[in-house]
Design a protein around this ligand. Structure first.
Ligand code: C2O
Length: 550
């Protein structure tokens, strides 16, 4: 009862508007929250209610998503455009209101419409309730580290140009740490993030990958990191000299300033798993400097090669959950819904468009189970669910792809029936409290690469992951049912598979999509429609009065 009494209401106002910043030798107008990049860091304790008044003073439609928040019975606050709400149009506002319960650690918030999340993002930090502590030694200081991407261009123009031509978007011009490119980029000498540390003290770095289209390696010269939490769920301590992180993922690490007094670079560089696909091959770095240091030049860590899949796989597959720790949920043992979902990039016809420079003269598309997801217009999916409006989505997402094939055999790239994916807004309907197992299988179509697949509204256990075709007979023998990592975003290994499980204990509409931003408009998505349960406590309440209209 005393912990209930300690729950607070934490209220913020977000003014989304233009901001002119000087980066990489020129000025750029971006869309940002409260005049800063990254936007404000939100801090709550588990059990608190977060209330954020969003005022759209920008020229673009806006929605804000609270990435990784369960939104139990508060789906109206989840935020993905046309999935749970119509956008907040320029000049209007919407208040997001939700409880933060049964999860703690690092999450983040970001725009969930077009490519605006490139500059509209910030940290969301959930500390334990007062009187409760971390399941690891208390750090002397906590530091958010937001990794991002920067374009010398308006990001909406970047997306529009890619969609108009059917090709891939232009690469970013820089990676950033807390909004700063760092001294390897032109005109950026004094835009290098610096963290001052005291000899012997311990720091909790809350690392957030807010980059749009790139997975990243993160290192700090000469310092080991101990991973204690991912995606706001605790892990068994894992000691590493490199963190690998896909867009959407968060990684909390402890570091101790136990090296000779001096200065050390922290750096992030791309993990690019797709052979032949161009990417921003640059490195951002910041400085970790000890108090009293007189070192003239920081020490630089040796970064992994951009295609170092073994390092990525080692990191991801060595993480384990803190079974029995705060908010631990045991793995569901009985499965109601077995799904097999392919994830990959494919093609769509150019249509009437003359310029279509994708492969084979077509335009890029992407799919799950060979269907290319399209957002509805006119009404959001959650409104359609609540008000029982048909025709907005169809409840026929296939449980498996229509064709069985060798997913890792690149020869099938020439099979046009698999490359050309039909468009649909088909969803998977789940009964309230259904337990779901999904085998996510990467396809070899066109660009084979590691896809960070994110599910809204639920964390899932990651039972196993591997390369090649998933083997339904032998791979289950290696499932970790005891202490698997718990995530909201899973990097499906390049040319491989991952198996996840969750319980659909939250009625509403929950998006599942690749968090490489460009894959979203291409259709690498579907949604779960979770039906209401039998009681008021398992039924989605009506929308707030200020829910935006289309
Ligand atoms: Cu972080 Cu659907 O998003």
């Amino acid at each position: 009862a005393s912990s209930m009494a300690s729950a607070a209401i934490v209220e913020h106002s977000f003014h989304v508007k233009n901001l002119t910043l000087r980066r990489l030798c020129s000025e750029q107008v971006i869309t940002a929250v409260n005049g800063s990049l990254p936007g404000p860091t939100l801090r709550v304790r588990e059990g608190d209610t977060l209330v954020v008044h969003v005022f759209n003073e920008s020229p673009y439609n806006i929605t804000i998503h609270w990435h990784g928040i369960f939104q139990k019975l508060s789906g109206w606050a989840d935020g993905p455009n046309m999935v749970t709400q119509c956008p907040i149009i320029p000049g209007s506002s919407y208040t997001y209101r939700f409880k933060v319960i049964k999860q703690e650690g690092t999450l983040w918030w970001h725009a969930h419409v077009s490519t605006l999340r490139a500059t509209v993002y910030g940290a969301l930090i959930i500390r334990p309730r007062s009187g409760h502590s971390y399941p690891f030694p208390k750090p002397d200081k906590e530091v958010p580290i937001l990794l991002g991407e920067w374009w010398n261009a308006n990001v909406i123009d970047v997306e529009n140009q890619a969609l108009a031509t059917g090709g891939a978007p232009n690469n970013s011009n820089a990676y950033t740490i807390n909004g700063r490119p760092g001294d390897l980029y032109p005109c950026s000498q004094n835009q290098t993030y610096t963290l001052k540390v005291e000899n012997g003290k311990t720091y909790l770095l809350r690392i957030i990958n807010a980059a749009l289209n790139n997975q990243l390696f993160f290192k700090i010269a000469n310092h080991k990191m101990t991973v204690v939490s991912i995606d706001a769920s605790y892990t068994q301590p894992y000691i590493t000299d490199v963190v690998v992180t896909g867009p959407g993922m968060t990684t909390d690490v402890l570091i101790t300033a136990d090296q000779p007094v001096g200065s050390y670079y922290m750096a992030a560089s791309p993990y690019a798993s797709a052979p032949g696909v161009p990417f921003d091959n640059t490195t951002t770095r910041g400085i970790l400097i000890y108090e009293g240091s007189t070192a003239p030049t920081p020490i630089m860590p040796l970064m992994p090669a951009t295609n170092d899949t073994p390092t990525a796989h080692k990191f991801y597959s060595n993480l384990t959950g803190l079974a029995g720790g705060p908010h631990w949920v045991p793995v569901p043992r009985q499965i109601d819904e077995h799904m097999f979902v392919t994830v990959g990039v494919g093609l769509a016809p150019c249509g009437g468009n003359a310029t279509c420079p994708g492969p084979f003269g077509q335009r890029f598309s992407a799919s799950m189970n060979n269907e290319s997801f399209q957002l509805p217009t006119g009404l959001s999916m959650l409104q359609a669910f609540f008000f029982n409006v048909s025709g907005v989505y169809t409840p026929n997402f296939p449980d498996a792809p229509p064709v069985k094939f060798d997913y890792t055999n690149a020869n099938i790239s020439s099979d046009l029936s698999l490359l050309f994916t039909p468009k649909s807004t088909s969803v998977k309907v789940l009964k309230y409290n259904a337990t779901v197992q999904i085998v996510l299988q990467n396809t070899a179509l066109l660009a084979v690469e590691n896809h960070p697949i994110h599910i809204h509204g639920f964390n899932f256990h990651v039972l196993a992951q591997g390369f090649g075709n998933y083997d339904p007979v032998n791979d289950p023998k290696n499932f970790n049912l005891v202490n698997p990592p718990v995530r909201n975003t899973i990097g499906v290994p390049v040319g491989g598979w991952a198996v996840i499980r969750f319980t659909a204990n939250n009625p509403g509409v929950w998006f599942m999509h690749c968090h490489l931003d460009v894959h979203l408009p291409w259709g690498l998505a579907t949604a779960f429609v979770v039906q209401n349960g039998p009681t008021p406590g398992s039924t989605l309440p009506p929308p707030p009065a200020d829910l935006p209209k289309c």
